[in-house]
Design a protein around this ligand. Structure first.
Ligand SMILES: [Zn+2]
Length: 88
């Protein structure tokens, strides 16, 4: 979780930070040094951007969906929920 940089050039933040937060999950293949425009849609959705509160909720939900043992409520929000958000 970090504040979202305006832009990343050659692995460095340029132009400072926006007022929103993004969630970067290395476990899903995301990399904080790669610009938003360079990552797959699934990771773009994970990044947000979100408010701090929404970012923390997404973080909890994401980790919960990874560790859910068998089809509980967190798991049922998983891929289908992400697809629904992408379709908007
Ligand atoms: Zn992940």
């Amino acid at each position: 979780m970090r504040r979202q940089p305006v832009r990343i050039v050659d692995g460095r933040v340029e132009g400072g930070y926006t007022g929103v937060f993004e969630f970067i999950c290395p476990g899903c293949g995301d990399n904080p040094y790669v610009d938003y425009s360079e990552i797959p849609p699934r990771l773009q959705w994970l990044r947000g951007p979100r408010t701090l509160r929404a970012a923390l909720e997404a973080y909890d939900e994401h980790l919960g969906s990874l560790s859910a043992p068998n089809g509980d409520s967190a798991a049922s929000l998983g891929p289908g929920f992400a697809q629904a958000r992408q379709a908007v």
